[in-house]
Structure formats: structure tokens, C-alpha cells
Design a protein around this ligand. Sequence first.
Ligand code: EPZ
Length: 426
Amino acid sequence: MDKFVVRGGNPLLGTIKVSGAKNSALPCMAAAILTEDEVILENIPQVHDIETERKLLTSMGAEVELGYGRAQHRTHIKCAILSDPVAKYEIVKTMRASSLVLGPLIARTGIARVAMPGGCAIGGRPIDLHISGLEAMGATITQDHGYLEARADRLKGAHIVFDKITVTGTEDLLMAATLAEGETLFENCAREPEVTDLAALLIAMGAKIEGAGTATIRVQGVTRLHGARHRINPDRIEAGTFLVAGAITGGDLNVDCCEPKHLGALISKLEQCGVKIDVGADHVRVRSGGELKAADMTTEEYPGFPTDMQAQYMALATQAEGTSSITENIFENRFMHVQELIRMGANITISGRTATIRGKTPLQSAAVMCSDLRASASLVLAALVADGETILDRVYHLDRGYEHFEEKLRGVGAQIRRMGDVFGKK
Ligand code: EPZ
């Protein structure tokens, strides 16, 4: 398993480019199931989860071309024939976002077999809201041997009020509703930019959708969708991770090719910490404003402070003067990074869903373990300011959602390199 070796102490200086959003690309790739025509998606990030999604679609009978290289980062997907509408456990267990094929599969083929995703490091991650929504649309769903089987001759429009705000639940059912008979009204929807990005693709494919990006979405079902070409949004969490990297190292970093309007809550919090921020049309510049000041933070659904930035913000809070309180409202177990940060010298205590960080504490290098995608990013940020050389193990977690992470950081002055297994095994 690959490791990162990071030597702390360098301020990050220069321009760093943001890639396409993994959490937009995944539902948009699943949306190709809804038509037999070709769907072309641009600005696809070269990350492991996208490769997993390619394998998943191919295993069901789709033709998927996935090209990178300078001009590409593009995928062509054609689901002319879905010979095997089954999302197999071997794939689903490595990426729970595979449940995003459930809605499109049953809408397109009338049948779907999807392995139950199971939990992950940050929580139980149930999909009960996906299931109850499809049942409200007329699907019959049974569960056997760890698989969900959904059947429906044709889904019917319904009035669905989400008990909890769910991003992929909103996306999964939105896709299902595009081919349902009649109108579907969704309330208490997720408002994340990834939902809006997916809706833009679906509308380009001929879907009739109003209200994406708000809590209420109305869909008029159609009988078929056609192919389309769509460019994926920049990744707001990668952009946010780089903004924190510039702040924590006291650098002067221009985060380029991003969408500043998706970063409002983070930018406002960083300014509260005393960080200097200049916002451009498609870039954000972050500079040190002197000593970092502690600022409390609570994660909320968009447009609140994103849970996917909580771990990264906690690393910054260890370097701020004063006491910061961080409350994680979205997931029940998203403090896996805390013990590792403490091993590097941070002063953090946890009570229920709230972590209390007392700073500023100098961080020391250590051998640390990555546990999930964003916790891993948090440990890299801490290592960038730690005294000495930190070894991070199990960086495959990072490779799931950050494209060329160490190369991008090295390009702006970080001392970070990847160390493969002695035998070069992944
Ligand atoms: C999406 O996960 C993202 N993943 C996550 O990003 C992100 O952390 C999360 O949204 C919250 O913003 C993708 O988009 C692929 P939820 P999702 O359904 O959709 C509960 C990353 O780091 N819930 O919005 O799975 C759930 O347990 C990943 O890139 C139910 O109870 O999250 C959680 O407490 C990590 N029943 C809350 O809702 C359901 O049927 C929000 O989950 C669905 C969700």
C-alpha cells in the first residue's frame, strides 16, 4: 500500500488547479443509463472512484471510454444494451455511491439488482430514503442475500418529502423521476451544487425539471431521454482543501479553475479566522493574515459549512490561537482523524458530536494512518506544518477523490512524495 512522506515547514506559493468534481461526475455517469444514446462528460477527475464507476457500468453492459491526458479528462458512455442490470457486491463494497445506479436502472429497464452498500468509516450510510422514494413511485423492492431487487413496469410520479436531506437520495430519485409517468414533486431536497450539476445534464438529455438547487424540485416524466454533452463542475471540496492548505502553511496560494460561489461558507469561516481571501471569477487567492484566530464551526447541508471540509478545518483549528468548537451534524462517526491529529501533538477532546480544539499547538511529525477520504486530506494538511517528516499510510483513501494530489501540492512548494510498496505493489 502506498504511503506519503511529507516534510513540514514550507508555505505554499503560486497557483494550483482544481479538477472536476468527483461527486458530480458519479451521478452524471449513472445518468447515462437513462438513454440508449451516447452521453459525453468533460472535466472528469482522474480519481479511483471514477474508475470504479466505469467498471460498474461496463459490468452491466455499457460501453464506457474514459480518457485523460492533456486535452481529455472526458468519458463517452453508451448504454445501448444493459445486458446485466446488476450492481455487484464486489464493486459496490468499494464504493457506496454505486447505489446511484438504482434509480436510473429501474427507470430504464424496469428491474435493478444492487448490492446493499453497507456502511463505511464515517457512518452506517443507510439508503432507506432511496428505497422509500422508489416504493412511493410504485417500485416493488425486496431484499435477499445482501442485494436489493427493485421492479416496476413503469414508475409513476409521486409526492415525496425526504425525512432527512440526502444528496445521493435526491440524485437517485431525481433520475428515476425523469422517466416516470406523470409529475413527481420532491420536497426537502438536497441543494448541493452536485444536484444542480446533475439536473443540468438531465435537462440537456431532454428531462423536464424545475427547482434543482432548491428544496423543492418538480419533474414531469417523459418517455425517453436522448444523449448529451456536459461539462462537470469544479470540485468545491478539492478547492476548499487547497484553500485550507494555503491558510495553514501561511502561504500565498491562488486556487484556480474553481467556482467561488460554491465556497461561500468556507470562505466566510476562513475570514473569521483572520485569513486574507480575494475572490475572482474562477479563482480564489488565500494569504496569511497573521496569527490564525479560533472560530467555532458546525457542519450543515449546503449552503452551510460542508461536512466534507470538517476534517480539513479541524487541522487548521489546531494552528489557531484559542479554543474552537467543531460540531459534526451530518455523519455519526466523522472524527476518525482526531486520534491521528492528537498523535501529532494536537489538543482535541470529543464529547458526542462536538470536538473541542485548543490551539495553537505545534505539530510533530509522526507515522499516521489514513481512514477515509477527507480525514486523509486533514492529515496531509497537518503534516504540511508539522516539524519533521510525517509518514502517512493507506493513501489509497486519498486516491479515491483527489486527482494527482501530491503532484499538485509539490507544484506550489510542498515537500511531499509518494512511497510505493517495496515491491511496487499498489
Ligand atoms: C454524499 O453522500 C457525498 N457523496 C458525501 O461525500 C457527502 O459527505 C454527503 O453527501 C453529505 O454532503 C457523494 O455525493 C458520492 P447523504 P450521501 O445521503 O449522499 C443519512 C466524500 O467525502 N441518510 O446526504 O451518501 C446519512 O446517514 C463523500 O466525497 C439516511 O439516513 O450522504 C447521513 O447521516 C463522503 N438515509 C445523512 O443522511 C438515506 O437513505 C446525509 O447523507 C440516505 C442518507
